[in-house]
Design a protein around this ligand. Structure first.
Ligand SMILES: [Fe+2]
Length: 333
């Protein structure tokens, strides 16, 4: 059998679609799709998709088709439910703008973002765990020296964060770039204000001994955006929309795998019901309230009190990160 373009009596629409790049196929190479039953349709779709040249795309699509078809069969999806789902996903897409990503939020509240992160960033014993990046990271953090503040005055209760950056053997990691961002005392990131000015975010570097220290404010819990389709979905499931307070931190040093993580705080109301499943026990810290005036002055605060958070971060080398990923690929998470 010739290719489609070599067949006689091609309509204008067919010729135009081929001219636009539609694949020109020898029809003899295709499986026969006719009178498909619920139990036969899956193997037919898999068969026709098996021509995908890219190995990874073919593998992923095969699993996707199997799970989608099994899902439809398992729940006996009604036509109405299928149409509602299509209309829902359409609304999710229509809610997205340059500043708002409703699809990522949808992925977050189903735990998919956290799962993708866990699978792609497994950590060997002793290394600091990562967690979701979230939607509020932007590139233009101001660079500060160790000891300086990432927050302007009046943005919340004082907090001092200090510790060391180390490798798996306990050796210091010098000149590690540390980016950190957080909410103010009202639960908003700087990017959520209409008059955006970088605040409560900053970038600094560890010193030659791996030490870092910066001033910030105690972040507070906040809602994920709930005025769109994802908010409606959560309300329909009687789920709250809140994240426990956290301080985002991202580390990058030459030869080391990037670490994207957050610190959470003991006692937070939402610690065990984070709307996006980002909390890990190893990332929960207990801030200590320091009330001595001399200590506050020494650390650069105008007055006491301030909260002290001490936390070391352990990075893995690029090679150690790749070995951990390979273990997940071969042995599962
Ligand atoms: Fe956040």
């Amino acid at each position: 059998m010739p290719k489609i373009s070599e067949l006689g009596h091609l309509g204008k629409a067919v010729r135009q679609s081929l001219a636009r790049g539609a694949p020109d196929i020898d029809l003899d190479t295709l499986p026969q799709s006719l009178d498909l039953s619920p139990d036969k349709i899956t193997e037919n779709v898999l068969s026709i998709n098996s021509q995908t040249p890219d190995d990874r795309q073919r593998f992923v699509n095969e699993a996707l088709v199997k799970h989608m078809h099994d899902f439809v069969r398992e729940v006996s999806l009604t036509t109405n439910e299928w149409m509602n789902a299509i209309e829902y996903l359409t609304r999710v897409g229509q809610t997205c703008t340059d500043l708002r990503q409703e699809f990522i939020l949808l992925s977050d509240v189903f735990g998919v973002s956290a799962l993708v992160d866990i699978i792609n960033n497994p950590k060997p014993e002793g290394a600091t765990e990562g967690t979701v990046l979230g939607p509020f990271f932007v590139e233009d953090a101001k660079i500060i020296d160790n000891g300086e503040s990432i927050a302007n005055e009046g943005r919340g209760e004082y907090m001092l964060v200090k510790g060391r950056i180390l490798d798996l053997s306990g050796r210091p990691v010098a000149n590690c770039a540390i980016e950190t961002w957080e909410t103010d005392q009202d639960g908003f990131y700087d990017t959520q204000y209409t008059d955006y000015n970088a605040d409560c975010r900053g970038k600094l570097y560890s010193d030659q001994e791996g030490y870092y220290v910066f001033r910030a404010v105690l972040p507070v819990s906040y809602p994920i955006p709930n005025d769109g389709p994802v908010g409606q979905l959560l309300a329909s499931m009687n789920r709250h929309v809140f994240r426990p307070a956290h301080l985002h931190m991202m580390f990058q040093a030459p030869g080391f795998a990037q670490l994207i993580t957050s610190l959470y705080f003991t006692g937070d109301t939402f610690l065990t019901s984070d709307a996006v499943f980002g909390v890990k026990s190893s990332l929960i810290v207990e801030p200590r309230l320091i009330t001595e005036e001399a200590e506050a002055t020494k650390c650069g605060f105008k007055n006491p009190p301030f909260y002290l958070v001490e936390k070391d971060f352990v990075l893995v080398s690029e090679q150690e990160a790749e070995e951990a990923r390979e273990r997940v690929r071969t042995q599962g998470p």
